[in-house]
Design a protein around this ligand. Structure first.
Ligand code: CP
Ligand code: NVA
Length: 308
């Protein structure tokens, strides 16, 4: 078995911070943790959690992952630390990285996350920014691997907003040679710099397709994936987006047009009967709660790699 400390050795700010070989090794290590056939102890190691936005899954799965590894976390709530008062990132990062062994940060701008990493003497992990959600993508592809095993035959169709989750699926999909289709209304396409980078690293011809009509996009798909139409921080756009995304929800009609054994994923939290119908959310095709569980296993693998 590959030593975890050879997989990821520094920051994890973007899916692009690891190679295709490293993603595969990380997913295998996560499966070892899930099967309970590996025991790595990070005794006394401390992970600092800085969350400028709400979180259930990411925060708790990092806490439980550290606890299972024999380490601890400190929840550095910005409203009760000096972060909320506006202490500069370069000062906060230099101080916290003298106490903690790694920092997991959820914030708005990717450039703020990069500023933390620039000044931190310890690894920084992206726990979601407006641009990327790379830990989520690891859990998503672990769930897909559990179902289909061979990535090269998988078609993953994301229906909804070309947001942080879509961006990370594109990048991680490029690393793993998965065909990724994005179905969004015109004007809501994923970040163009992300698309450019993904096309540069993918070995698969035509790996990425932007198809506005979801009924066309889902044909031949093995995985249907969606996320909220308005992300955290976009509350003022919600009314307009609800109108613009009409027709882009995953319902039975769409599911029937995908492959017979297609699975349905959602990173959660979900608005039932907006981006996905309750019927599909609760259907036998849904792997949404397996996907949520896998957040724990991939983050355990990531922390073991960074800190052992
Ligand atoms: N999927 C996800 O990141 O969930 P939380 O916002 O609850 O962390
Ligand atoms: N796109 C969503 C994901 C939440 C996990 C958001 O950024 O709010």
């Amino acid at each position: 078995m590959l030593k975890p400390n050879k997989i990821v050795s520094s920051n994890f700010l973007s899916s692009l911070d690891i190679s295709n070989e490293e993603v595969i090794n990380l997913l295998n290590l996560a499966q070892n943790f899930k099967n309970k056939d590996i025991n790595i102890q990070l005794k006394n190691k401390v992970l600092g959690l800085i969350f400028d936005k709400s979180s259930t899954r990411t925060r708790v799965s990092f806490q439980v992952a550290m606890s299972r590894l024999g380490g601890t976390t400190i929840d550095l709530n910005p409203t009760t630390s000096q972060i909320g008062r506006g202490e500069p990132i370069r000062d906060t990062a230099r101080v916290l990285s003298r106490y903690c062994d790694a920092l997991a940060i959820r914030t708005f701008k990717q450039s703020d996350l990069e500023e933390y990493a620039r000044w931190s003497s310890k690894p920084v992990i992206n726990a979601l920014t407006d641009l990327e959600h790379p830990c989520q993508a690891l859990a998503d592809f672990m769930t897909i691997k559990e179902e289909f095993n061979d990535f090269s035959k998988v078609v993953l169709t994301f229906i909804g907003d070309g947001n942080n989750v879509a961006n990370s699926l594109i990048l991680c999909g490029a690393l793993l040679d998965v065909e990724v289709r994005i179905s969004c209304p015109k004007g809501y396409e994923p970040n163009s710099a992300i698309i450019k980078k993904a096309l540069e690293i993918s070995n698969k011809k035509d790996f990425l397709k932007i198809i506005n009509d979801p009924h066309v996009a889902v044909v031949g798909s093995n995985v249907l994936y969606t996320d909220v139409w308005s992300s955290m921080g976009e509350e003022n756009k919600k009314e307009k987006k609800d109108i613009d995304f009409d027709g882009f929800n995953i319902n039975n009609d769409l599911l029937k047009k995908a492959k017979k054994d297609a699975i349905v994923l959602h990173c959660l939290p979900a608005y039932r009967d907006k981006e996905i119908t309750n019927e599909v959310f609760e259907s036998k095709n849904s792997r949404i709660f397996e996907q949520a569980e896998n957040r724990l296993h991939v983050q355990q693998a990531l922390l073991a790699s960074l800190l052992s």
